[in-house]
Design a protein around this ligand. Structure first.
Ligand SMILES: Cc1ncc(COP(=O)(O)O)c(C=O)c1O
Length: 436
């Protein structure tokens, strides 16, 4: 009997009920080896248990959202305290003031803030505000950054653009990270037409010296707003955001994921003269800005306040960096000892690590990635990435390093004899693809 029998049965059933069998593509069965996609029963700290009763050390941290780990007590307590008092009122709750004050105090560029539920809503709101403020329609997004929003202005740039009117496509153009000339050339090609430049502070590649200052100058010179997506980097690079780490001066910035340790809360923050358009402006047309039935829920704001307290009291951002550094060093040593450093690599900032599995030609390979996932799952590790949270203890880090050491001979065999000799099912595929 397979160790994943109950998960496999469940997965087959939900395929008929939910398109793609999951409510988030990144959680789909196609992201895991065939027949080895565990369905989760519960989590605690850095560990999860599936419906077959298997225990896993989990990396990836809830799509990078649970930076404090699962079921983190102070956050749960804060949520429970406010849940019991009601979940939605006809007027704003008292906590909205404290939450806005705390976030504005924390984030260097924030003069006003509006809370939402999803990250996507807030980056879309930033784009909309920028369009209204500048009177322009186009948006320039960073080509290397994988995700900004579920909405058309971004999804139209991906292979999964079915259902989006063709008229939307020309409005989004792309520039390259660390390549100011590529952005300058967009401004030259579309003079007076680009409303916003949207990017994350950093994904795989670190910023080159002068990149952010150059970006600011280009936006100012060309009258576009700089929108910094801090949905991953905020509360991971630092509780004050990557803008604090790298002295970036965005006009608007967006937060989500870690800000409420996985509870649905997001925020759009930025310059008062831009944000005010979402309020009671009478000298400019008003922007319909993030007005949601589920907006500003007291329990979600309470979660954020508990998260901020924890970061400030316990130095969480430093912990994420040092835990990631330990993981990276141990994994790289184990790979180097096997002589496979050209094939299995750790990339990214220590608080936000991913691994790259390469084939015999040195190309990133879905087959080899699947092999790694397969061997990790066999070793009780659920790791679509090496993204850590504050609950990852030395035991969990050791577990990964030992598993990598044991993976290496298998990887070597796959390189020498073909990955098909050790891979048990079909390979994983990119979550965002056109067909299949
Ligand atoms: C950088 C970035 N921006 C925006 C989003 C969208 O956030 P959400 O899934 O909460 O809508 C994501 C989600 O993965 C993201 O990684």
């Amino acid at each position: 009997m397979s160790k994943f029998a109950a998960s496999a049965e469940h997965t087959a059933a939900v395929r008929q009920l939910i398109p793609g069998g999951a409510h988030t593509y990144a959680r789909g069965e196609d992201q895991y080896p065939e027949g080895m996609a565990p369905v989760i029963e519960r989590g605690e700290g850095c560990r999860v248990w599936d419906i077959d009763g298997n225990e896993f050390a989990e990396f990836g941290s809830g799509l990078r959202a649970t930076t404090l780990g699962h079921g983190f007590e102070p956050v749960i307590r804060a949520v429970q305290r406010y849940l019991a008092d009601g979940v939605g009122f006809v007027r704003p709750h008292r906590l909205e003031r404290e939450a806005a004050e705390r976030l504005i105090d924390l984030i260097p560029s924030a003069e006003m803030v509006k809370f939402g539920v999803n990250g996507s809503d807030t980056t879309t709101a930033a784009v909309k505000l920028a369009r209204a403020y500048t009177g322009r329609d186009m948006v320039a997004v960073c080509r290397q950054h994988p995700f900004f929003s579920t909405d058309d202005w971004f999804i139209v740039t991906t292979p999964m653009s079915a259902g989006i009117p063709a008229a939307v496509r020309p409005l989004t153009v792309q520039f390259s990270y660390n390549d100011l000339a590529s952005l300058a050339s967009l401004f030259d090609t579309y003079p007076g037409q680009i409303a916003a430049v949207v990017l994350e502070a950093e994904t795989g590649e670190p910023p080159a010296a002068g990149f952010f200052a150059g970006l600011r100058q280009l936006c100012d010179k060309n009258g576009a707003l700089l929108v910094l997506d801090e949905i991953i980097t905020g509360f991971r690079w630092h509780e004050r955001g990557a803008q604090y780490v790298y002295s970036i001066e965005p006009d608007l910035c967006t937060f989500g994921k870690g800000m409420a340790n996985g509870f649905p809360l997001s925020a759009l923050a930025g310059r008062r003269d831009v944000m005010r358009l979402g309020g009671y402006a009478d000298d400019a047309d008003r922007v319909f800005l993030l007005s949601l039935t589920a907006g500003g829920q007291p329990w979600a704001l309470a979660a954020m306040l508990a998260v901020i307290d924890t970061y400030e009291q316990e130095g969480i951002a430093e912990q994420l960096h040092s835990t990631g550094a330990d993981l990276r060093a141990g994994v790289e040593d184990a790979v180097a000892a096997a002589g496979l450093s050209d094939y299995f690599q750790v990339r990214g900032r220590d608080c936000n690590l991913v691994y790259v599995a390469r084939d015999a030609d040195g190309q990133p390979s879905q087959e080899f990635r699947t092999l790694v996932l397969q061997e990790f799952l066999e070793h009780g590790i659920l790791a679509p990435s090496f993204v850590v949270n504050a609950a990852h203890d030395p035991k969990a880090i050791r577990q990964v390093i030992d598993a990598v050491a044991e993976l290496m001979p298998v990887y070597r065999r796959a390189l020498d004899d073909g990955v098909g000799t050790v891979l048990r099912g079909r390979p994983v595929r990119p979550a965002i693809r056109r067909r299949g």
